[in-house]
Design a protein around this ligand. Structure first.
Ligand code: 18C
Length: 258
């Protein structure tokens, strides 16, 4: 009978090619590994020249003054400890595009250019313009990953999101009103659980998350150094406080996502 009706049409479509086959994959692997290793280092292990520029409770932000071709590209390293949230939750809200407008206050517009896989996206973002500089945009891949907890094998996993600038021929840099920025960002989150002594069920009160946020942003074109440094001194603390408060608020009545 089958011979008469022709070939059997497969009901399941062929699998989409895995992320590991993508042209960006070798770079993603390398950058994620090196960024995670650097983020894991304490400020004392990161070399000289780090200055504390903002502090608020558990939050500490350090920068190193650096210029590349006369443009301010100061590396930033921030550490924070936030109670009541897990590292997976922090990374989930940082990575997923559906929440971005809720917490990213410098954002004007965001598009997902490509979904490489569930854990790897490519974003094109335009940011609010700061007078007297030109408006900025960024084109970057973003990857979320669970890492084994090497120090405590039974402890919660470590989570990370790494964002890194890339190029798309369909979206050439600097051909419109925006100047393209270059960024490398790593968010690394480690959950600590302090279980209740009396054996009662674990709640958010038993949870805290150590957050490390590292970034290097090259402004991509002329911007007055004094304005730029004043902007990031204001914007980075604002970002980390606003974003972590957002995650706390989003998760407070939800089951803990480890
Ligand atoms: O990591 C963060 N967000 C991620 C998801 O969006 C992602 C994006 C990073 C982009 C960071 C650079 C954005 C610069 C845009 C210009 C600033 C607009 C300010 C508007 C104020 C009204 O990884 C969190 C990012 C937190 C951003 C803090 C600001 C950092 C500023 C760095 C200077 C950049 C050069 C600006 C040139 C103009 C200066 C005069």
């Amino acid at each position: 009978d089958r011979l008469k009706t022709g070939p059997v049409v497969p009901v399941t479509p062929p699998p989409t090619s895995p992320a590991s086959q993508h042209r960006l994959w070798p770079e993603i692997e390398n950058v994620v590994k090196s960024q995670v290793n650097m983020a894991k280092m304490g400020i004392g292990e990161c070399g000289a020249g780090w200055q504390l520029f903002a502090e608020d409770g558990e939050m500490k932000m350090y920068r190193r003054e650096e210029e590349v071709d006369g443009m301010v590209c100061d590396p930033l390293k921030a550490v924070h400890v936030v109670k009541g949230i897990s590292g997976h939750e922090v990374c989930h809200y940082f990575f997923n595009p559906q929440y971005r407008y809720d917490w990213e206050s410098t954002l004007e517009h965001m598009t997902v250019l490509e979904t490489i896989s569930e854990d790897t996206l490519v974003f094109l973002q335009t940011h609010k313009r700061i007078w007297p500089a030109s408006q900025r945009e960024g084109l970057f891949w973003s990857h979320i990953r669970k890492l084994p907890n090497e120090k405590d094998r039974d402890g919660p996993d470590i989570w990370t999101v790494v964002n890194n600038s890339t190029e798309y021929s369909e979206h050439p840099a600097n051909n419109g009103k925006c100047v393209r920025i270059f960024l490398t960002v790593c968010l690394l989150c480690q959950t600590t659980v302090d279980p209740p002594k009396d054996g009662t069920t674990l709640t958010r009160d038993n949870l805290s998350c150590k957050i490390t946020y590292c970034s290097v942003v090259n402004p991509g074109g002329w911007a007055p150094a004094s304005v730029l440094r004043a902007v990031y001194k204001r914007e980075y603390p604002k970002f980390l406080k606003r974003f972590t408060a957002y995650v706390k608020n989003q998760t407070k009545n939800k089951p803990i996502m480890f």
